[in-house]
Design a protein around this ligand. Structure first.
Ligand SMILES: *Cc1c(COP(=O)(O)O)cnc(C)c1O
Length: 492
């Protein structure tokens, strides 16, 4: 075999310590089954503090809203609600707003985003949450609900899209969401009409892109729109820069470069296959020419999370010249952000038990897990990252006596496509039935976003884990409250 092409996960101390607590993880999995999700509520407040530090660095005020959709966990949301740093939550469904209220978030800290039905609009308005409005139709609906049911005046933000910048070619990508800036006038007229029932607090965007240049166009676009609003006599005070700050999943950029290079070589047929069925992750070889593009998450991203926010704020506004932070500060606009994935970075892992290890007809090693591709959504989200072997009780450290090996990871569904990875995953030794594989850093979208009951297979249980006097403790996710846990008190 060629050199193992590892894609080792980036592990911060808390998650590394959890993965090292093999006895603890084995006990959890034997009691609660496989797959099993473990979340780390203390990590999310640490991540929040890092975002707040970037606000402070740029002397900006405003709020960080956790985009709840990244994870359904109660423990993470309750822990955030109790944080002394103060945080908001971005909810995208009726269930999420109920969950946020029930976790202790004050309505003033809740913002409703995403597609909304009448019940969601009603509860958001009834409770006093802010509503991030997608367009004219939704604004009219909201105003009608407020009038009809005699609700208090609702704080409203306008989600905008399709920004352009004077003298700059760079436009922002098309989005299904938000109102194109070119239709702003009609939207503002509606705002003016509904002023008795809506309190217009600001404008914003959410762009699913890694490009800072593109986000700079959007953020500056918002500053320009705010100025226009003020010249019309409206008084918005907030700019909402959405989410999409990203996560750096991998420990080693060299491994990532090597892997993607070798993957390209394999697609071209210049080396032995690295994927099941010659899957190319978007790349293909046509008559000796490489076509397509790598449809993967850029798993090694040194500038992610709060660092990405810092880089964006330090970036010059495309036409105003000064930095975006200075442009915001100058007008005393508050900054809202809605990080999802970035706020749950390092906040958990998914465990799956190894059921079988065998050789395929072609001689490849296939490791079958007691979990399926919907339980471990890394591949679905284009994140290529190795799991960590948690050896079964009574065995030694696998890396100490093992030989590196390439394996395919298959799931527990009776479906050809149920591969947890379509790529060959290199591990320091061959796992054995009874071992666990720990998939780190799944808390952002890769834990429970797609999990279902296919074939009556159980959906993973979820537990919250924390350290107390040097030992790992746990409880069921829904049992977690940030006040008293057994004898311990979580310091907020
Ligand atoms: C999904 C979403 C987010 C969070 O995006 P991340 O990439 O997880 O940071 C924020 N705001 C809105 C409106 C979203 O739809």
């Amino acid at each position: 075999m060629d050199l193992p092409l590892y894609l080792e996960p980036r592990l911060e101390p808390r998650l590394a310590s959890l993965l090292g607590a093999t006895g603890f993880l084995r006990t959890l999995a034997s009691g609660l089954g496989s797959p099993l999700n473990v979340v780390l509520p203390d990590q999310i407040v640490e991540n929040l503090a890092r975002f707040r530090a970037v606000y402070r660095k740029h002397r900006l005020s405003g709020e960080v809203f956790f985009a709840h959709k990244a994870n359904r966990s109660s423990a993470l949301v309750r822990r955030l609600a109790a944080s002394r740093d103060g945080t908001g939550i971005d909810v995208a469904s009726l269930g999420e707003v109920q969950h946020a209220l029930g976790a202790g978030f004050a309505p003033a800290q809740i913002m409703a985003t995403g597609p909304k039905n009448p019940e969601f609009l009603w509860l958001a308005a009834r409770s006093g949450a802010a509503v991030n409005v997608d367009g004219r139709g939704e604004l009219d609906d909201l105003a009608a609900v407020v009038r009809r049911y005699g609700l208090p005046r609702v704080r409203v933000l306008l989600r905008l899209s399709s920004f352009s910048s004077p003298g700059v070619r760079q436009l922002t990508r098309q989005s299904r969401f938000g109102t194109p800036v070119s239709e702003l006038d009609a939207l503002l007229k509606a705002v003016e009409r509904h002023q008795d029932v809506v309190d217009f607090t600001g404008v914003g965007y959410h762009l699913d892109t890694t490009s800072i240049a593109e986000k700079a166009v959007a953020l500056e676009g918002c500053v320009l729109v705010m100025n226009e609003c003020r010249s019309r006599g409206l008084e918005p005070r907030v700019i909402d820069a959405g989410g999409g700050f990203g996560v750096n999943y991998l420990a080693d950029g060299g491994q990532w470069d090597r892997y993607t290079t070798e993957l390209t070589q394999a697609v071209m047929g210049n080396r032995e296959a690295l994927t099941w069925g010659r899957h190319g992750y978007g790349l293909r070889c046509e008559a000796g020419t490489l076509r397509g593009g790598l449809g993967l998450y850029p798993a090694h991203r040194p500038v992610a999370g709060e660092r990405y926010l810092d880089a964006l704020l330090s970036h010059p506004a495309p036409s105003l010249g000064r930095t975006l932070a200075a442009s915001l500060l100058e007008s005393l606009y508050d900054l809202y952000t809605e990080p999802g994935r970035a706020l749950v970075d390092q906040c958990g892992l998914t465990l799956a038990r190894v059921l079988e290890v065998r050789r395929t007809e072609a001689g490849d090693r296939m490791v079958r897990l007691e979990a399926n591709a919907d339980d471990i959504g890394l591949e679905e989200h284009g994140v290529l990252m190795d799991p960590v072997v948690v050896p079964r009780a009574g065995t030694r450290d696998p890396a100490a006596d093992g030989e590196p090996v390439g394996v395919y990871l298959a799931g527990n569904l009776c479906l050809e496509s149920d591969l947890i990875t379509r790529r060959m995953v290199f591990l320091p030794c061959l796992p054995q039935p009874g071992d666990l594989l720990g998939f780190p850093n799944t808390a952002g979208y890769c834990m429970d976003f797609s999990a279902d009951q296919a074939q009556h297979q159980p959906v993973a249980r979820k537990v919250a884990a924390w350290q107390e006097e040097g030992a790992w403790r746990w409880c069921l996710d829904e049992q977690y409250w940030p006040v008293i846990q057994g004898e311990g008190i979580h310091e907020a």
